[in-house]
Write a protein that binds this ligand. Structure first.
Ligand SMILES: *Cc1c(COP(=O)(O)O)cnc(C)c1O
Length: 484
């Protein structure tokens, strides 16, 4: 069913209609008289011909079909869809930054270089690492760089190590990055508490192990309580510990991966540090290391001498360049503004409220939805639809029903170790009223699963298109405004 039809721009308007009207300009030359023949079109381009008002309405209506954090609640687990303060956008829009060109000489880029340098230092302090590079353009890119650094480290020590261990709860990018960086991937099972199983880890660790990749809190939103022992086990074998810091929200100002024993880390500025994301927009995945890995960081590095900053491209052991210029400047600027605006106390509050909000929802709803790991969570937690399955109501049905209530669905079917997973991350930016509205919506869905499960199967019914075959929609997108 197609509702709220918005025609394509090509189907709006009529021949001769235009978006402007200017008085005709006497004496202006005909295009044929000034443009060489070879560059002239044979026929006029088939452009839309519409009035300014038609065009404004068309795009305004399309924009209103978008769902975003600025319109509604977006508890998409692992993605940290928090509100990004507009002051960060303002900072990135300051003309001197906006118009800076990467080929501008260093003397004329001192402000940006200073901000890059200070952002690296803030990240070192927040994460407990010794050095950072801001080059990677996304989280997965940061993972790839981190693994290249680990390769270079062992090559430099003339050690051959080919294995990377990942827990079965890990984000899918971890095994993928390890594979692409040339390692073989060994997956270990989590224990009944949803944490790394030390016996499994002991079995998998050997002299061929280069690294254990993990995140803490893990993708179940649970803090790995044995992290110090895990770090000792890994280091005793001469291997390194990699931290997937895509979601740093719940640690800010409370705990530091570097203090837990992690040697290499990437951070997603676009999740934790205020850049709108989703839909493939620009991101930033800085990588931090301990001293022993610093010589391998990508060139150029930024150096500070007295009060001036410069790029240093002379690092004999560097893995080379991983991104043009010095990363996504606009994203780094937003992160810098965010860190400066909040300060140490504000960042700590981010962590505390992200944890409080997640636990509040979890406790309010744990009688309505199955909670496979029932303990205090960090910034997110995982339900499943196990209680609704006897009525054939699956995680996807709960997710689609939320759309009709104006709420973005949580992440579903991830992490893979929870069947019918519903992964909820409210973030720290939401008020108690919003959380209560979400709790009420989830309760209503749980009640409907008992009284009228068929209605959940039909959801969503308020959207331009109703339930799609998602695989078919991705593989064979239908871009017509009418079924064709
Ligand atoms: C988002 C995420 C990534 C990947 O980050 P991208 O910027 O999307 O490449 C990696 N690990 C975890 C845990 C994530 O949540």
């Amino acid at each position: 069913m197609v509702m709220n039809e918005e025609k394509l721009i090509f189907e709006i308007g009529s021949p001769g209609r235009a978006g402007y009207s200017l008085p005709s300009c006497e004496g202006s030359p005909a295009p044929e008289s000034v443009i060489p023949k070879g560059y002239l079109r044979a026929a006029a381009p088939a452009l839309p011909e519409a009035s300014e008002l038609d065009v404004v309405r068309h795009f305004t209506n399309l924009s209103r079909k978008n769902f975003g954090v600025d319109t509604n609640f977006y508890p998409l687990g692992s993605c940290t869809m928090k509100y990004n303060p507009k002051v960060c956008e303002e900072a990135a829009k300051i003309p001197g930054f906006l118009k800076a060109h990467p080929y501008q000489p260093e003397e004329l880029s001192q402000g940006l270089l200073q901000i890059f340098h200070e952002t690296e230092q803030y990240l070192c302090e927040i994460c407990g690492m010794d050095a950072f590079s801001l080059q990677p353009a996304a989280g997965a890119h940061g993972e790839f760089l981190g693994l290249l650094l680990i390769s270079a480290y062992f090559r430099d020590r003339r050690e051959k190590r080919s294995k990377v261990i990942v827990p079965d709860s890990s984000h899918g990018t971890n095994p993928s990055s390890a594979h692409i960086a040339g390692f073989s991937v060994v997956t270990i099972k989590s224990n009944a508490d949803g944490e790394v199983d030390l016996a499994e880890l002991e079995k998998a660790l050997d002299d061929d192990t280069a690294a254990l990749m993990m995140t803490n809190p893990n993708t179940l939103g649970l803090f790995e309580r044995k992290i110090v022992e895990i770090a000792e086990m890994v280091h005793k074998r001469g291997a390194l510990l990699y931290y997937d810091g895509a979601n740093l929200n719940p640690l800010l100002g409370l705990a530091r991966p570097g203090d837990m024993g992690f040697d290499v880390i990437h951070v997603n500025l676009h999740k934790t540090f205020a850049t709108p994301h989703g839909g493939g927009g620009p991101g930033s995945g800085p990588v931090g290391v301990k001293k022993a890995l610093e010589p391998f960081l990508p060139v150029p590095r930024i150096r500070k001498n007295d009060d001036s900053y410069r790029f240093d491209g002379k690092l004999p052991k560097s893995v080379g360049r991983v991104r043009s210029f010095y990363g996504n400047a606009g994203v780094i600027l937003r992160a810098y503004a965010y860190i400066r605006a909040l300060g140490a106390e504000g960042l700590k509050k981010v962590a505390l409220y992200s944890i409080l909000n997640a636990n509040y929802i979890k406790e309010q709803l744990k009688n309505d939805y199955h909670l496979p790991y029932d303990r205090t969570c960090m910034h997110e937690f995982v339900f499943s639809s196990a209680k609704q399955l006897d009525r054939e109501v699956h995680a996807v049905d709960v997710a689609k029903a939320l759309i009709d209530m104006g709420i973005h669905p949580p992440t579903i079917y991830f992490p893979l170790i929870v069947p019918e997973a519903i992964m909820i991350e409210p973030t720290e930016t939401e008020s108690k009223e919003t959380l209560d509205r979400f709790i009420a919506a989830m309760r209503e869905i749980a009640a409907k699963a008992k009284s009228d499960p068929a209605s959940l199967k039909a959801a969503p019914v308020t959207t331009p298109v109703t339930r799609l075959d998602e695989v078919k929609a991705a593989r064979e997108p239908n871009l017509c405004y009418k079924p064709c």
